[in-house]
Design a protein around this ligand. Sequence first.
Ligand code: F6R
Length: 612
Amino acid sequence: MCGIVGYTGSRKVVPVLLEGLRRLEYRGYDSAGIVYQMDGEIVKYRAAGKLANLEKEVDDIIGTDSHTGLGHTRWATHGVPNEDNAHPHSDCTGELVVVHNGIIENYSSLKEELLADGHIFSSETDTEVLAHLIEKYLEKDLVAAVRQALARVEGSYALGVMWAREPDKLIGARNQSPLVMGLGEDACYLASDIPALLPFTREVIFLDDNELVLLEKGSYSIMDIEDGASLEKLPTRIDWNPAMAEKAGYKHFMLKEIYEQPQAIIDTVKGRVFPDTGMIQLPEIGLTDKEVKNIERIALVACGTSWHAALVAKYWIEKWAGIPVDVDIASEFRYRSLLMNERVLTIAISQSGETADTLAGIRRASSLGSRVITICNVVGSTMTREADGVIYTHAGPEISVASPKAFTSQLSALFLLTLYLGQVRGTMDREVRLQLGRALIDIAATIETILPVLQKRIRTMIEDFYTARDFLFVGRGLNFPIALEGALKLKEISYIHAEGYAAGELKHGPIALIDKDMPVLALVPQDAVYQKTVSNVEEIKARQGRILLIGTEGDHHLTTLTDNVLFMPEVLEDLNPLLYTIPAQLLSYEIANRLGCDVDQPRNLAKSVTVE
Ligand code: F6R
């Protein structure tokens, strides 16, 4: 949520800021702004709407000979998305500027105080309070003033601060919102997220809560905000490259990332499952075999798409490892009474590793004595640094809000974890583990083969459905979470109202919605609950629902129920969720694209939800 970029060094700053913002736009796209230093003055440009609007405005000043500046792309929390509320925000003198991601919770009382002191505000944002509060304490030393101001602030922030009177210097500070600095030759960078840095450097330092960094050309110093104590932190090298975060000829990042799934699955599984022996290796979870055997319960915690992956994993882990699993939405988990002890393993699932509720959830579980591991895609993200163990998904940078490859790589990691738990606890036969491990490896090739054919077929099929106002997705067992995920994908990128249900739940209410205008997509692989799901489809047909089916190749019965059938190759039942989510993703993509929606930047959404 909100993207920050900062630079001080020998390059001309405007192109660096714009390039960084382009790569962070998935974090927010309500408005954008940049600010730079020029002959002892601050020059600021801001524009409402997408980054393209700002780019138009700064077209003439790209070559400006300034070498220090800040940029911001906004996801509105306080104040509507217009130019006045766009960052950077200034103090009364216009010499001090601030960009911010997070929420200043006590901003109203601070604003009252500052208004009484005579400060003049020009926006409705909580962020502007920071600019004036720093101004209040500012005499000669910017670092000291920022520290004094932050001592009064409640809430979350990743900040960038710049002052005209201390040229070539930037300050970054963090509390509960992600901030990373990059190290270049004679240059230092600041960013909310790694993709902004990839074109310039892969040497990064992740700031932790309550840390401040002073950046100067090619040098930096990190300190504790509260006591000012200097801190030594080692850089991390990121192995992503800039091309991985580009569209590579695809119309949208979402489509590119749908097609990247086979590779993401291979990269996540590689080196962890041995097809000859069926042995699973997951040393990174940081648990001894004795501790694994002692697990009494698992708590899976996540939001959105990652939560759907957790729901699938509950079926797998309970079936194969015999461990009871609770699955919680993180925003609920963090505030409810929790029964925790050291034998409860909490697993946070998160693409970004920065989702505020999931992070708060693991902090709470940990404080109650639970061991915490995370399944995460972003190396060095806050969750990976706070958890006791990390299973990385190796999906590469994910830009599209809809998160397709994060989902299937999370499923792959969770399936691996299931096999590992079964192996250590002795709840699975070696032969079964071997068979399932091989099937997991093979699923990548299966997906690779079906993708283009499926996309073509779906593109034609949606002509009958893309104007629908509502949509139901139904499935049973392992495919119930896939129905939820399919509905989430469709609603978030096409704005068609969509709901996912357990097929058996239809009769308890949702069936009332079915008539000739209601499309219902049912997931009906030939699995253990096939007959039950088919009966539910018959009930929908009897009420003239418009049926789409996704089922097993060769299942001719499905064609008697509707003309709209997508056939999928037969794989081991446990792996159906990885396969059946692909047509659901493509269906949403094709419908949203057909409707002309902004697939990668759906309204009101931001990729990384770093505020509550
Ligand atoms: C939906 C989507 C979101 C994220 C959710 C969690 O397509 O992408 O629902 O899944 O915000 O994000 P992470 O996985 O980064 O914690």
